[in-house]
Design a protein around this ligand. Structure first.
Ligand SMILES: NC(=O)C1=CN([C@@H]2O[C@H](COP(=O)(O)OP(=O)(O)OC[C@H]3O[C@@H](n4cnc5c(N)ncnc54)[C@H](OP(=O)(O)O)[C@@H]3O)[C@@H](O)[C@H]2O)C=CC1
Ligand SMILES: O=C(O)CCC(=O)C(=O)O
Length: 452
């Protein structure tokens, strides 16, 4: 009987070990399972990876730091939240990955995100390891002063674990330019150092141009690259998106620029359907709604004639050509995937991290539609974060045009790597391609370091 310490454990035994060591951490187990399926096949005849137990080591974070975050609300109540930083792997560069503030944040969610980030960052080709952090704090409905006090309290603990060559956090769900500003200010105050310790900063204080747009635009470039490789194009396609935050808004904007028609956006209350399509004026309105007024997507249907709001529902059940899940993990399940395929969807590009369940992914693969997993399709954001780190280190600032070109090239490079490792006859398995290309670089670096 194989033990988890055998060099040649099979996939079920490996996964049994992962489940035992991480009880109840379903998101983390799901993320490891998805990668392990492909990596096990790839390393079957590669003794050096077995010998060094590489996958087992990547699936065990270097460290998980958990801490208390204590802050005072506007009514002078003392609030206690839990914060984390998961430093998954720094074989190829400093830990790098966003910070999420949402009531659903827990250790499993952050471990899955840090694990995924390790492969994603490797795929970009830039020197970045994988990490992720956050807190079970929900900025929704909080005043600016409350958000500021929370961010300062969070950084008062986090600052001792990060640094420009150690670990460089950024934004994610619930953490945008406002929160990054408060956290960067607090880091600077505590350490008396101005250094590129966070990315996604305002351009007035060292942020990179194109970073706000990069994840959404990148997901559309990846979609364009997948379509192009199979002889098709974005122009004229009808697109359905979930989310209405940073990623969704910029994905919608780029789809529009490339000639597609976007008909749906959502938030956690439901989705809006706009049969006329969401044009630039409407996108700008959603930007103001979400970034300034911090309102709900349902208001869109009150404002624009012809649009409708559908509460407590997901956006996937509609005729469309392409779908971009841009909200959160496991927001698209087997039934949703079947509905998309039935309604004629030919391509899915994930702006969010792990938005499709394992069963949903199987439906897309069985139907052989183009399916770009988040770790490849949404890597444009962290890639431009990597470029922000370079600009900060050199004390320079590149212009919009140059960064736009670099983002396009980086996404093309990721697409090529996925094809290189995922092409099988006339079908490209982008999940397999992303997993293997992402794994190989990290694994080879780890081999070079010996046992640690
Ligand atoms: N920002 C970035 O650069 C990157 C982000 N990502 C991923 O993209 C996704 C979106 O991030 P981002 O746009 O930055 O975050 P934002 O906070 O800007 O927006 C998140 C959006 O998703 C919705 N949402 C969040 N949770 C749920 C839920 N449980 N059910 C339904 N809708 C939900 C939010 O609605 P509501 O306001 O109602 O909560 C909101 O519309 C995440 O998966 C993130 O990890 C990936 C790479 C980089
Ligand atoms: O820009 C970054 O460092 C992180 C972005 C992120 O959190 C992600 O890619 O999921």
């Amino acid at each position: 009987m194989a033990s988890v310490y055998d060099r040649h454990v099979d996939l079920p035994t490996f996964m049994e070990g992962v489940r035992k060591r991480n009880p109840g951490q379903n998101e983390f187990i799901q993320a490891v399972h998805e990668v392990a399926q492909d990596v096990f096949e790839f390393i079957e005849d590669k003794e050096e990876y077995h010998e060094a137990q590489i996958l087992r080591r990547i699936a065990e974070p270097d460290r998980v730091v958990s801490f208390r975050v204590c802050w005072e609300d506007d009514n002078h109540n003392i609030r206690v939240q839990r914060g984390w930083r998961v430093q998954n792997n720094n074989a190829i560069g400093p830990y790098k990955g966003g910070i999420r503030f949402h009531s659903s944040v827990n250790e499993s969610v952050l471990k899955f995100l840090a694990f995924e980030q390790t492969f994603k960052n490797s795929l970009t080709g830039l020197p970045m390891g994988g990490g992720k952090g956050g807190a079970d704090f929900n900025p929704k409905g909080k005043s600016d002063s409350e958000v500021m006090r929370f961010c300062q309290a969070f950084m008062t603990e986090l600052y001792r674990h990060i640094g420009p060559d150690t670990d460089v956090p950024a934004g994610d769900i619930g953490v945008g330019s406002r929160e990054i500003g408060y956290m960067f200010g607090q880091y600077k105050r505590i350490t008396n150092r101005w250094e590129g310790v966070l990315t996604g900063k305002g351009t007035e204080y060292g942020g990179s141009k194109m970073r706000p747009e990069a994840t959404g635009y990148g997901a559309v470039y990846f979609l364009r690259d997948m379509l192009k490789y199979s002889g098709q194009h974005v122009e004229g396609k009808t697109a359905v998106l979930s989310g209405s935050g940073n990623v969704a808004i910029h994905a919608a904007e780029k789809l529009l620029q490339l000639g597609a028609k976007v008909v749906r956006l959502s938030d956690s209350d439901g989705f809006i359907h706009d049969p006329d399509g969401i044009d630039q004026e409407k996108i700008d309105w959603v930007k103001r709604l979400k970034n300034e007024r911090r309102g709900r997507i349902s208001e869109y249907a009150d404002h624009f004639t012809g649009a409708t709001f559908h509460g407590d529902s997901r956006p996937w059940n509609v005729k469309c050509d392409v779908a971009l899940p841009c909200a959160t993990q496991n927001e698209l399940d087997e039934e949703d995937a079947k509905a998309l395929v039935k309604d004629g969807c030919i391509a899915v590009s994930e702006g969010a991290n792990m938005p499709t369940t394992l069963e949903g992914v199987r439906v897309f693969h069985d139907a052989q539609i183009l399916y770009g997993p988040g770790k490849a399709a949404n890597a444009g954001g962290v890639a431009v974060s990597g470029l922000e780190m370079s600009q900060n280190a050199e004390r320079i600032s590149w212009n919009h045009e140059r960064l736009g070109e670099m983002l396009t090239e980086l996404m093309e490079g990721i697409h090529e790597k996925c094809v290189e490792h995922g092409e099988n006859g006339d079908y490209v398995d982008y999940v397999r391609g992303a997993n293997i290309a992402g794994f190989k670089k990290v694994a080879d670096a780890m081999l070079a370091f010996g046992v640690m």
